[in-house]
Design a protein. Structure first.
Length: 168
């Protein structure tokens, strides 16, 4: 008897005061992905590429540990006037990925229109209504647990700061 895996969830909000959603969407579409003036900062990668509304990072290392390597794609979509980005993690070099699937970044304006808001939704009902495959992996994984326990939140704080600098 096989059971459906329990999906860990994560929802976090990032505000960018003084700019609108289009400015954040522009940075995500046009700014370098990697490097000192990049969205993800100085991180080890094999390559980056852009093809239309999809951007790719091959061999992304969020921390300098080779076992923590992902291919990442960011696919931009317009929905109900807002922008959403479907982010996909894969580990094509691993027979049994410990983290693979999709989540979303929803980019809109705050209710009072004084800030852009990037809402990250991982395995939440909102995300599951958009993605094709939830973010998960095979069996129990300490690495996946660390991702949800704090590693990804720290990376996203860096991403927020980098986007903020690019918006200045």
């Amino acid at each position: 008897m096989q059971h459906e895996p329990v999906l860990r969830t994560l929802s976090q909000t990032f505000r960018f005061p003084g700019v609108d959603a289009d400015a954040v969407a522009h940075v995500l579409a046009e700014a370098p992905l990697i490097g000192e003036r990049g969205i993800f900062g100085n991180r080890t990668t094999k390559s980056t590429a852009t093809d239309g509304d999809t951007r790719f990072v091959e061999g992304f290392e969020p921390v300098p540990i080779p076992l923590l390597r992902f291919d990442v794609s960011l696919r931009r979509q317009r929905a109900d006037g807002d922008v959403r980005v479907v982010v996909e993690f894969s580990q094509p070099d691993r027979a049994r990925p410990y983290l693979s699937g999709q989540f979303v970044w929803l980019i809109g304006n705050s209710d009072d229109r004084t800030a852009a808001v990037l809402q990250e939704e991982i395995n939440t009902p909102v995300a599951l209504g958009i993605v094709d495959r939830p973010l998960h992996g095979h069996r129990f994984s300490l690495r996946r647990w660390l991702f949800f326990a704090g590693g990804h939140q720290r990376l996203m704080k860096d991403v927020q700061a980098n986007i903020g600098r690019l918006l200045e």
